[in-house]
Ligand binder design. Sequence first.
Ligand SMILES: Cc1cc2nc3c(=O)[nH]c(=O)nc-3n(C[C@H](O)[C@H](O)[C@H](O)COP(=O)(O)O)c2cc1C
Length: 765
Amino acid sequence: MSSRRAVKRIAVVGAGPGGLYLAISLKLRDPSLDVVVHERNRPDDTFGWGVVFSDQTLANLKASDPETAATIEAAFVHWDDIDVHIHDQTVRSGGHGFAGIGRQRLLTILQDRARSLGVDLRFQSEVADVRALDADLIIAADGLNSRVRNETPEVFGVDVDVRPNKYIWLGTTQAFDAFTFAFVQTPHGWIWAHAYQFEPGASTFIVECSEATWRGLGFDGMDQDQTCRAAEALFAGWLGGHALMSNARHLRGSAWLNFSRVACANWRDGKVVLLGDAAHTAHFSIGSGTKLAFEDAIRLAQALTEPGDLEAGLAAYEAERRVEVLKLQSAARNSTEWFETVERYVDLDPLQFAYSLLTRSQRVSHENLRLRDPAFVTRVERWFADQAGAPLTDDPPAPMFAPLRLRGLTLPNRVVVSPMCMYSAEDGTVNDFHLVHLGGRALGGAGLVFTEMTDVSADARITPGCAGMYRPEHREAWRRIVDFVHAQGSRIAIQLAHAGRKGSVERPWGPRADQPLADGWPLIAASAIPWSDEDQTPREMTRADMDRVRDDFVRAAGWADEAGFDMVELHCAHGYLLSSFLTPVSNHRRDAYGGSLENRLRFPLEVFAALRAVWPDDKPMSVRLSATDWVDDGLTSEDSVAIARTFADAGCDLIDVSAGQTSEQARPVYGRMYQTPFSDRIRNEAGVATMAVGNIYETDHVNSILAAGRADLCALARPHLADPNWTLRAAAELGWRGIQPPLQYRAGFAQLVRNMERQSQAGPV
Ligand SMILES: Cc1cc2nc3c(=O)[nH]c(=O)nc-3n(C[C@H](O)[C@H](O)[C@H](O)COP(=O)(O)O)c2cc1C
């Protein structure tokens, strides 16, 4: 079976949208193919009510088969709006461009088209042994619970992730004029509906809640009729007297489900190829299962009908589709998790709650929303600016240009230069390099500039080039920089730290980069565990060591205040001394400072409290955390919520949410804004202001994160190394003239704004 020409007879198992569309696409491309579709159910035996299509999916179908696309389009109910109902308020946003169609209607259209092209459709055809089918190739399009796939799960490398929420597909004759999300609070927790019209006067009505709420409301003991009546009572406000109906004819017993995310390492086993839900599923909340199945079908039909090598064609089908599927599954995972943790967001203002819902998958951003519904985004921006205390104008600033108040400090905008070691100090003393480096970023418009990790004693440094605050001359050297930053209208925070077991190494460049110093200093840490095999083994800290280190921090904070710093951050992240106490990875102590989370927090908290006692009341303090260790049995994001809450109770105003760098075994999952979910969780569960950091590099990232309430500030590290003027550039890009560029630079800023305006008017090249 090496040439595609050898494939003449194709058996498709499953007559869902994916299987039928494959059969149609194959016959359109090569009418001589013998295509048989086997379906165990009857032609009108469908599950579920309606299917959602985006305009984009329809465009793909049009390109592949204009005739079928036209018939489908004629049967569509279109809508543009999404309504979010919560706390007796409705937030409407428009421009979303979706269409609904009854699943049965869609299948009938596809069945008719397939028949007219000569596809052999065999319903109620139970295939006992798929591999024995008389065909050159067998396509398993038999859905989420694919029997074909489940016969040899080990060959396909099947991974099924069963999610915790309960949901049920119901239908109603109520005609919703917008995609409707309705959230209802009950004594047992929140329950919500996802509802949309798919035919005039017929809507899908999916009800979802946590398992605890489901049990609390007694759904576990109800039959389908009782479920419908109970759901009608809960959602009476939206049903206008219309009943809810279940698909009871087809589904026996409880129709409540848990969503299963299916992923397969291989989509191919000899003659058998997986397609659609059999290979991968995407949560119903992003409505993409049918879209993925259609796209698989189009691509597979191409692979099977173009001349050339069959193996190569099938490999290309899988490789190409896998990338698209992964992207969608990642968006779907975000969306699934948003609904699983919805109680985290219900106390947000309804407008922000709706924004958070609309951007939950991270595929829709601030600027995407602006394209869809500019008035909605302006409304969000006005609300955001208003609650931030920005002066009210007709033209509200984008969220990144709204001020933030923390105690007596007001930051002019929400862009922060993240702490970055420069390894360029002499015995801890910062110099012209630091003045130009930090001063340059202040000139570039960032609202808050962080110093690099600044160490509280000579033996608290990572390298001999690290900055310090342990000699009086350090205070004077810093004062010069602080004054310069202030003169540019920016604010400056100092990150105070002790390197712990990661100290006494060479700078990260040169022939001995990061290697232990030949003439270094002895290390201390929570436990006597070296960072790596090459590194020095630290001494486990005694109580006397703790006293000294705490006092070093206190002295440094006093000098930082005298130098004029606006904020102090206690560095409890990245495996340095205080972080080494927090994480079980490096804290194996058996005394009151090890073991339980409460014990591991004891010393970092003691240092924090000592700083808070000397740091002026009207100046804020922050703590940087590694919100996860990214290792099994390490610190989890749940722990970090508890840690953040404890620091907040002790007077911390902002949690700077980083992750990892606490163990060499860490396996981080990188991606755009990859640490922001931790910030989201900490902010909205612990109820403390947060700063997100990590691969945030576009203006759109910053605005989306802030507007959705996933953080209060965004810190950018590497982007600021490439572009000190990142914030000015962002202002020009957004056409925001409310920023005050340095007087000396105004001509350049004005030109940049003009050029960017011209570019955006000209459109993409
Ligand atoms: C050169 C460099 C030095 C860094 N030094 C520090 C530091 O001193 N303290 C700290 O907490 N994080 C430090 N980081 C981490 C950054 O603050 C930031 O968390 C990380 O780079 C992710 O953000 P990004 O994707 O915007 O670069 C450093 C990062 C870089 C690139």
